[in-house]
Design a protein around this ligand. Structure first.
Ligand code: SF4
Length: 326
């Protein structure tokens, strides 16, 4: 199976089943960056977030991602403060950040004495109970950069657990090439319970400092220390992005050959190729099987809401709808 199809099917499964041996993932997302120093460095295929004690408050807060730069700033709760005093940098940046936070409903922005002022509408909730990253390698015969990726995850520790998921038969040699903390799942979607745990992941040190693997050469590995504070900030970015993004990041194409498949949740299935396709890279009028038609009428947000605690109209979205009435 191609990696894209494998990834979507695994996301669909993890959304409604437990992460084996770890817990119930309330949020599943895909393709999220976890590097602290190397921007655009490590992109984790599938990210699962376990609910923490105030998960319900996060659900009610907003259906979108609270902008990371807003969360990195001490915005007062209750008392208004001038936007330009709260956010560093030029006034345009400060206003833009305040507006972005207000759109989600996390910030309240208004005018007082001719000045734009801001406050937090609520305390940011303690909503994360754990963070699991899954690297999808359906075919271990074509591992690509797998070993370096897993060394990165294990030594950095932005995640609580790191796992490799594959369709391949897993040998002792495969396991030996991965850090001991990294778990391995063998996945077969034809089975009733598709995930077989070959090796359970060990909990990583996500609260202390870590080392980020930046580059590897024949005789040396370049690493950079990461403080506990930097890790905490990056974790918050990852979980917020996961919450707002989810995993249904595809649009179904306007092609007569696409269907939503016969699984529990719609996937972009192509009758011409007989498999799940990646609409962003495979669909369009240059595809040999393309036949123009209306795209299937599928509401992917409604589907996420039906299958998970996520609420599409929470916080900013609802607030915006209210504002639109005036
Ligand atoms: S555009 Fe091509 S790949 Fe996409 S659904 Fe149509 S036939 Fe399939």
């Amino acid at each position: 199976m191609r990696e894209y199809a494998f990834e979507l099917r695994l996301c669909a499964h993890l959304e409604t089943a437990d992460v084996p041996g770890v817990g119930d993932a309330s949020v599943v997302s895909r393709q999220l960056g976890t590097s602290v120093h190397a921007s655009g460095g490590r992109i984790v295929d599938t990210v699962c977030v376990l609910p923490g004690p105030e998960f319900g408050d996060r659900v009610a807060l907003t259906s979108d991602t609270v902008p990371p730069a807003v969360l990195d700033t001490d915005v007062p709760i209750g008392e208004y403060e001038r936007v330009t005093r709260v956010f560093d940098g030029p006034p345009e940046r400060a206003r833009s950040l305040a507006d972005a936070g207000a759109k989600t409903g996390f910030l309240d922005v208004t005018r007082r004495d001719g000045q734009q002022v801001v406050r937090q509408t609520t305390r940011y909730p303690d909503w994360v109970g754990g963070l699991i990253g899954v690297e999808n390698k359906p075919d271990l015969g074509r591992p690509g950069d797998l070993e370096r990726q897993m060394r990165h995850d294990a030594s950095l520790g932005v995640l609580d657990y790191a796992v490799v998921a594959t369709e391949s038969h897993v040998t002792r040699a495969h396991l030996n090439r991965l850090p001991d903390d990294v778990g391995v799942w063998r996945v077969d979607f034809d089975r009733e319970d598709p995930v077989e745990v070959i090796r359970a992941p060990e909990r990583l040190d996500s609260t202390g400092p870590g080392l980020e693997v930046l580059d590897e050469h024949a005789a040396r590995t370049d690493v950079r220390p990461v403080t506990a504070g930097e890790k905490a900030r990056q974790r918050r970015r990852v979980v917020e992005r996961a919450y707002g993004k989810g995993w249904r990041t595809f649009d179904l194409p306007a092609c007569a050959r696409v269907s939503t498949g016969d699984g529990d949740t719609p996937l972009p299935c192509c009758e011409h190729f007989g498999r799940v396709v990646d609409p962003a890279s495979e669909c369009g009028d240059e595809c040999p099987g393309f036949e123009a038609a209306d795209a299937p009428d599928v509401d992917l947000d409604a589907e996420r809401e039906r299958r998970t605690p996520w609420e599409r109209d929470a916080g900013g979205r609802r607030r915006q709808a209210g504002l639109d009435q005036f």
